[in-house]
Ligand binder design. Structure first.
Ligand SMILES: NC(=O)C1=CN([C@@H]2O[C@H](COP(=O)(O)OP(=O)(O)OC[C@H]3O[C@@H](n4cnc5c(N)ncnc54)[C@H](O)[C@@H]3O)[C@@H](O)[C@H]2O)[C@@H](O)CC1
Ligand SMILES: [K+]
Length: 501
């Protein structure tokens, strides 16, 4: 769907690819996965002598572990394999891998082994992969706790045991990986919700297969390469009218700052003119820290701007609802955030107006707002972030970003992407307002709504990441700083894409 993006497949997609590649693949996929795992283990233990502990489970993930063990042994690395299940119940490939391990002189222990005197060089989780079906409990939970307690690097094979590959939810006890080597393609669970906290550094090994050649990508990762290809150069012979008029409507009493932050972000990303309509009559008439912003009556802003962003600090008054309705009835692109989303969720009239719009509607809910839009609660939204976001996009015929760990971007036609930038320092007031301003700016500058949304989401996180690298955050990072840094990151991307002047 977007060239140069990394495909993501849920378990159903991975299973389809495996079935299509077929058992006839030589070497077998398990042999390839085990070999890649052994190579990864060698890399991770370059400066650490000692034994590698591989804990193998009852399915093909365990099979990968047996192949890995054999490869490491053949490379002269001492390995301990822990396996406590019934060999007769292993699936055929894994049973063959166990037999090959034994034929190579390897042994297995069925109790969790005591660490050697100098500790393990590496502990490897080959307990459960994409076949995990229920919360991990009992012996395997004890083993996972024991693996987590070792003072050694921790490598997860395919996906950390206890992490749901489709949703990033933790099912019972979970292996806390320092690195995960995942096969064939990325899975959503590695990239969203708890996945990024649990999986450590994720390496992908495609096993010499191009997954997209076997099954059209089901989702995509938003990565620098994808965003860079969207960059455009500016012509010399242009003026501010070429870069759009963003209108921000929000800023009820006590929340003026939210609208100003969105406006400043829109300005710093190159919007021609930024108009701000504060709902608070007693609000300021000028932003003395950003005098370029044009503060006007909200009704006039809706009239004059060609892209409308409603929500930052909007509140839920009757007047606010009327403004959202006026925007929804317009034929302009609109971005709905914060209380604009809450107002829509609470009104059947607004819901049907939004769903029937012809101009693009973009929505930027956090999980709580997403819950209200779907008539459910936050926990339900988070239980499957991709599915929830797709549901909103479908019901409201909108382009949607569900914010949070691994922001999910979806379009009404069912395409979805997961962002790869950002960090927990962004969990602070005003960050969402800045994102809204960035999105509005790109739309106003003529970007197609779908590219504007994914690029702004990526930029927002990339700016925060850059600041964190410079020591400005993660802790204490402010939204104003992210708005400011977005400008530098974006200009850098234009230069990297060869589109600078
Ligand atoms: N099938 C293939 O072609 C390939 C599979 N590969 C590996 O195989 C994995 C998938 O293998 P499987 O489908 O066998 O699944 P898994 O090995 O992930 O686990 C399935 C087994 O675990 C049991 N199980 C599931 N949840 C449990 C729980 N909570 N507590 C106790 N037991 C539980 C199931 O009953 C089944 O026996 C991938 O993640 C990957 O590591 C790779 O070798 C690449 C090729
Ligand atoms: K695993």
């Amino acid at each position: 769907m977007f060239p140069q993006a990394q495909p993501i497949y849920p378990v159903s997609g991975i299973r389809t690819i495996e079935a299509r590649v077929g058992a006839q693949a030589q070497p077998t996929l398990m042999e390839r996965a085990g070999r890649a795992s052994a190579e990864e283990a060698v890399r991770l233990t370059q400066d650490r002598a000692g034994q590698v502990l591989i804990a193998c489970g009852p399915g093909n993930n365990g099979g990968d572990g047996f192949v890995m063990a054999r490869r490491l042994l053949q490379a002269g690395r001492p390995v301990t394999v822990a396996f406590a299940d019934d060999p007769a119940k292993l699936p055929p490939d894994a049973a063959a891998a166990l037999a090959a391990w034994r034929a190579a002189g390897g042994e297995t222990v069925s109790d969790f082994p005591a660490a050697p005197a100098n500790g393990w060089a590496l502990v490897v989780d080959a307990l459960f992969g994409i076949g995990l079906r229920r919360p991990v409990s009992g012996r395997y939970a004890t083993w996972i706790d024991a693996l987590n307690a070792q003072p050694a690097p921790r490598l997860a094979i395919d996906i950390p045991s206890g992490l749901d590959a489709d949703t990033g939810r933790v099912l019972g006890t979970v292996f806390h990986a320092t690195a995960t080597l995942t096969f064939l393609a990325l899975k959503p669970g590695l990239l969203t919700l708890d996945g990024p906290d649990i999986a450590g550094v994720v390496h992908l090994h495609r096993l010499d297969i191009d997954p997209a050649a076997w099954l059209a990508p089901m989702g995509m990762q938003i990565q620098p390469g994808l965003v860079r290809q969207l960059m455009k150069s500016r012509l010399q012979n242009t003026h501010k009218g070429c870069y759009g008029d963003v209108g921000i409507v929000g800023g009820a009493r006590g929340m003026t700052g939210a609208a100003l932050l969105a406006g400043r972000a829109a300005l710093k990303l190159g919007t021609g003119r930024v108009l701000i309509g504060l709902v608070d009559d007693a609000g300021p008439a000028v932003d003395f820290n950003q005098a370029e912003l044009m503060l006007q009556r909200p009704e006039d802003v809706l009239e004059q701007a060609n892209v409308l962003a409603l929500g930052p600090g909007l509140g839920r008054s009757t007047a606010a609802a009327a403004l959202v309705e006026q925007a929804a009835r317009s034929n302009k692109p609109i971005i709905l955030d914060a209380d604009a989303l809450n107002l829509v969720a609470a009104s059947e009239v607004l819901k049907s107006l939004i769903a029937a719009r012809e101009a693009p509607t973009l929505m930027t809910p956090h999980p709580g707002e997403a819950g209200r839009l779907l008539g459910t609660d936050t926990a339900n939204v988070q239980a499957d972030r991709v599915a929830s976001t797709l549901k909103i996009a479908g019901s409201y015929q909108a382009l949607v970003v569900l914010k949070g760990s691994g922001s999910v971007v979806t379009y009404p036609d069912g395409r979805w992407l997961i962002n790869s930038t950002g960090h927990p320092g962004m969990a602070s007031a005003g960050m969402g307002d800045v994102l809204t301003g960035l999105i509005a700016s790109l739309v106003a500058q003529g970007w197609p709504a779908e590219s504007a949304l994914l690029a702004a989401v990526h930029l927002h996180g990339a700016a925060a990441d850059r600041l964190a690298r410079e020591g400005i955050g993660p802790i204490g990072l402010t939204a104003s700083e992210v708005a400011e840094a977005s400008r530098g990151v974006f200009n850098g991307w234009i230069v990297q894409a060869g589109k600078g002047r």
